[in-house]
Design a protein around this ligand. Sequence first.
Ligand code: SF4
Length: 304
Amino acid sequence: MSSIIFGPVHSRRFGKSLGIDLSPSKKQCNFDCLYCELDPAKTMDHYEDVVSIEEVMEALKKALAEHPDIDFITLTANGEPTLYPYLSELIDEIDKIKGDTKTLILSNAATIDELKVQETLLKLDEVKLSLDCATQTCLKKLDRAHSGIDVEQIKEGMLAFKSKYKGALVVEILIVKTLNDKPEEIAKLNEYLLKLQPTRIDMGTIDRPPAYDVKPVSYEELYALSKQFDTSLPLYIASRKKSEARASNYTNEEILETLSMRPLTHEDIEVLFDEESQKRVEKLLNKENLKIIESNGVKFYVLA
Ligand code: SF4
């Protein structure tokens, strides 16, 4: 059995966070995604191995005593955390001791159509839901969902949840080469996300060795795909593939043209623009041709 608590993990977005693994014994998931970093496993709709709330809280209290300056407590699993049967009660227990620390869950969204799951997630400060596919064919092929899981129900469930939720709802899309990178699939995702209006969309690709033989897309391909989404959507390219991309020289006009098609983060600018072009961006910012807007901790450069 691996340990229930992992971290602290440092990140620009979440500061210092501690993770809770609600399925430390084995993979327990209602998906068996082709890109999963865990070994392939049969899907399930409930946990077979369940850790007790007491075990989780004991481990969490110990970790918090060692690391009192934690910014986020992240609920996650070797699998899907919303399948943990005592999730609601566990969050109540965490709330009693967390103080100013924020809570977050990383879920594949397959259960978000259940009222009980929606009510449970409403208690969290931040919710991150995956949505790789907007069609059932894609969901079956890429996420290999447990029988009975329907993408239309997931989409309805997310909309219902969003209408009640006051915290930050981030949608994560993982792009896999030839599986969900086709214009028809992206168009359907775009159409749905315009309805959902999440706080932010994180789009990435495979960064770690996948369970099955599937391939990531390059940063350039992610960037090209990002342009197929409506410019009003706060889309952030979240991928380590950035480090492989090569920067180019952009004139002032090209910078403005690029930003008219898609808001870019500081990271995108560092990846796409060479040093000279980055200085041009700063000048355009000073001359107020550009401005910076912030969306849930991520800064975007946009036309002023
Ligand atoms: S939802 Fe997450 S844990 Fe489950 S199969 Fe997909 S990637 Fe793996």
